[in-house]
Ligand binder design. Structure first.
Ligand code: HEC
Ligand code: HEC
Ligand code: HEC
Ligand code: HEC
Ligand code: HEC
Ligand code: HEC
Length: 353
């Protein structure tokens, strides 16, 4: 992830430099996910134009995408019925608690939206350290929602929890559009396909949208290989959804990728981006007659109190009971030598750290 970020950053710096050199510096790319193709002499750096501008020509893709979890991962606060109308809150800067400011949650110019039906993400009041913060959280109450402080901290010691501006390191995956100055804050067509500005305006569309960009984009948000923690112990990441995919025979096969099993736009009957309504039917295409216990094989972290739902994708190569995890800690430690040997062989770069 880190080296990928560095490469992306490098590409962006290069793209920026070229933009300035050829004298069209109206573009403000931010760090993000899909790789922006380097500009040529003829083509200016593409702008992010928003998913709605793809609708007229790619209606079916748009309709399918809108129903996917990707489209639903970040929504406007106004989509949520609240028990009480959103109003002004007093916000403390979590890093410098003497700093306060007022934020009007009803103001759409201030509030970007809600990520994963939970965190309210907004612009910081004047004078705060960062530009974007998690400022509050939604909690379900019957069929409505209550706006609450994101953390239980009583900063002014009045016996009530206060709203704090918590640093927002989640945007590159959960709301890449904020950094891209896009109209869509959440995951959009352009999060996978890259900016579509040139494509939308080009008279001849051929070659203006690289079809490979999207296929390679999944891992920029979903890769969750294990890494060493600060004590040098390997730990499995429970967050992004492809935990240990690298260790599977699938991950090592050049002819398979995420799209062997997942659809890129169209959710199945259960609303998931899977190429069949029953996962077993996908497996059966290549493993005829075999029945896999997917619930057990795609194990979740049994010790994570917060119940993160990410499933293991090693398909039996790194089963939970062969990791040597300390069940008393929420982290999944990998201490079994056989498992470490496999990881070291397949992830030599991560092993060096
Ligand atoms: C005015 C109509 C129009 C709009 C608007 C439009 N497209 Fe397209 N798109 C096309 C056409 C036509 C093609 C086929 C181009 C070709 O001949 O390869 C295409 C092709 C594509 C391809 C396949 C590229 C390839 O080389 O295989 C992708 C991906 C794509 N569009 C994405 C988008 C996205 C994302 C948006 C919104 C940002 C968008 N399009 C907006 C007309 C449009
Ligand atoms: C999660 C990533 C992702 C998102 C979001 C996404 N796409 Fe795609 N799209 C892909 C991938 C990957 C492909 C390659 C074809 C496939 O699915 O195998 C593709 C293919 C396409 C194609 C056909 C290209 C071809 O070669 O025929 C079009 C057109 C397209 N997408 C348009 C859109 C539009 C419009 C949106 C938004 C409404 C969108 N996509 C959102 C990942 C994405
Ligand atoms: C910009 C970041 C980003 C990119 C790029 C991305 N995803 Fe996602 N993906 C997410 C987020 C965030 C969620 C969680 C959404 C939710 O559950 O509400 C998610 C959820 C999913 C899910 C689980 C929910 C479901 O609908 O089944 C699947 C499967 C998935 N993504 C597959 C893919 C594939 C395949 C690609 C590449 C074609 C891809 N993603 C590209 C961010 C991304
Ligand atoms: C590198 C990309 C990335 C970053 C950074 C990231 N997420 Fe996620 N997050 C994802 C993806 C992808 C999923 C969907 C995982 C799945 O479907 O298995 C997800 C799922 C979630 C979920 C729902 C599932 C769960 O595990 O509870 C929550 C809540 C969440 N993220 C919160 C956050 C917060 C808060 C931050 C910042 C502190 C953050 N994420 C940073 C990619 C990311
Ligand atoms: C496109 C074909 C394809 C699909 C679809 C597919 N696999 Fe595989 N799978 C393979 C290949 C190829 C191997 C490597 C076989 C080998 O090395 O002997 C493999 C290996 C495996 C293995 C390890 C070796 C074994 O046979 O026990 C498991 C477990 C597995 N797959 C489970 C699944 C599950 C579960 C699904 C569905 C969610 C699935 N596969 C879908 C092609 C596929
Ligand atoms: C061999 C088939 C296969 C491949 C290849 C595969 N997945 Fe999955 N994936 C599945 C199955 C099966 C599920 C479980 C669906 C369910 O919950 O019913 C799943 C679930 C997910 C989820 C949701 C996790 C959760 O906890 O709900 C995400 C996100 C995801 N996959 C992303 C990816 C990405 C990204 C890739 C490529 C790096 C990938 N997958 C490759 C079969 C596959």
């Amino acid at each position: 992830m880190k080296s990928r970020k560095k490469i992306l950053l490098g590409l962006l710096v290069l793209a920026l430099a070229v933009t300035v050199l050829i004298g069209c510096n109206n573009q403000k790319p931010g760090p993000g996910t899909a790789v922006t193709p380097p500009p040529t002499d003829q083509q200016p750096v593409a702008q992010y134009v928003g998913s709605d501008s793809c609708k007229t020509c790619h209606a079916e893709y748009h309709t399918n995408f809108e129903k996917s979890h990707h489209a639903l991962a970040f929504k406007p606060l106004s989509d949520y019925p609240l028990t009480q109308p959103a109003g002004e809150i007093k916000l403390f800067d979590a890093k410098a608690t003497d700093k306060t400011g007022n934020l009007d949650l009803a103001n759409k110019d201030q509030v970007y939206g809600v990520m994963m039906d939970h965190y309210v993400v907004a612009k910081a009041p004047e004078g705060f350290t960062d530009k974007v913060y998690r400022v509050a959280a939604l909690e379900k109450s019957g069929d409505k929602y209550v706006v609450k402080p994101a953390k239980e901290a009583d900063i002014d010691k009045d016996g009530k929890p206060d709203y704090t501006a918590e640093s927002y390191t989640c945007g590159s995956c959960h709301s890449p559009g904020i950094e891209h100055n896009s109209k869509d804050y959440g995951v959009s067509c352009e999060s996978c396909h890259g900016p579509g500005g040139n494509h939308v305006t080009a008279a001849n569309k051929a070659g203006t949208m690289d079809p490979k960009t999207a296929v390679n984009a999944c891992n920029s948000c979903h890769e969750s290989n294990p890494s060493k923690n600060d004590k040098g112990v390997w730990t499995a990441n429970t967050h992004y959804g492809t935990r240990n995919y690298f260790a599977s025979k699938h991950g090592q096969s050049a002819s398979m990728n995420c799209l062997t099993c997942h659809d890129s736009h169209k959710p199945n009957a259960s609303g998931l981006l899977l190429k069949a309504d029953k996962a077993q039917d996908i497996c059966a295409k290549c493993h005829e007659g075999k029945s896999f216990d997917l619930e057990k094989m795609m194990w979740k972290n049994p010790t994570d109190a917060r119940g993160h739902f990410t499933k293991d994708h090693s398909f039996g190569a790194l089963p939970y009971d062969k990791l040597g995890d300390d069940k008393k800690t929420p982290e999944i430690e990998i201490t079994n030598q056989e498992a470490i040997d496999l990881i070291t062989k397949l992830l030599p770069e991560a092993a060096k750290k």
